[in-house]
Design a protein around this ligand. Sequence first.
Ligand code: EPU
Length: 323
Amino acid sequence: MGIDTKARAFATFSDADELSALLAQRATATPLLVLGGGSNILFTKDYDGLVLKNEMKGINIVKEDANHVYIQSGAGESWHGFVQHCLQRNLAGVENLSLIPGNVGASPMQNIGAYGVEIKDVFEELEAYHIHDKKIHTFSVNDCQFGYRESVFKRQYRDQFIILNVTYRLNKTPRFNTSYGAIEQELQHMGIQELSIQAVSQAVINIRRSKLPDPNEIGNAGSFFKNPSIPAGQYAQLQQSFPGIVGYTNADGSVKLAAGWLIEQCGWKGVRRGDAGCHARQALVLVNYGHATGKEIYDLSEDILQSVKAKFGVELEREVNIV
Ligand code: EPU
């Protein structure tokens, strides 16, 4: 988010031994924060502890069968770099996840998703270092308990494991997923005759660039809030008062609301308060136009949350990690 913040101590690690040595030097009372790419975090104050940045690199094929290639990537590789690696080798499955900021290690942490695909769809396994028993554990897809922007690492194992590497299962033959409205439209606009993973990736990149600000230019953390799910009955009631409300039915019958729509209806889209703002093209994204403090961004998010609650009776949950 481009926030100016200081930590008491900062170090990087590029393999498990370095990580282990750094942890051994730390006094147990010192708070610990592990950073990936730092793209989904908002610091509201200086950090009085040790920040470790994961810089574990390397992308390697570990296994292959008739239909799949299994690729292991260091957690410190950039996510989009990994996607490009797959595209260059004609390996399918992550093209819809093009241009998502952040690093590979964060992808299972919050089951990153976009345009109809989530990381759980291509996840094979990961290795993570346990801070207390100092051993490396392997997690299968079931162990991770993936949900919408959720995993075991954000819940019961929070702050206990440090993800070292992730293995993904890529398809040799693509199974295109272009059902997310805007993709079909963009592919047509691009004049694509024959579908390819490269074309789908480019369509996703075009859509993202048209809506989402580039964090290298304007500080932001992508969606600041999650899209909230509500019971079908409550959705039916809301539809009566707000016929334009945008919602998608989940497998369990509950309805996922477009939080961007709710926020826009409350009049926040494009609002700027000092250097903190609600993005003009996607209300779910909060931005730092230059020198906003983390506290200013947080306060804006709190006011947005309160006004959505007052107008729709729906409680938004922040998707960004607040420190
Ligand atoms: N909408 C509005 N106003 C807005 C924004 C959205 O009315 O300002 C409505 C529109 O009706 C639109 C619908 O919301 O059709 C959905 O919008 P969009 O396709 O932009 O997706 P989203 O639900 O707002 C989610 C993810 C994004 C992901 C896109 C595409 C979450 C929290 N966000 O946004 O993920 O890129 O879908 O799949 O689930 C992220 O997690 O950081 C992120 C950017």
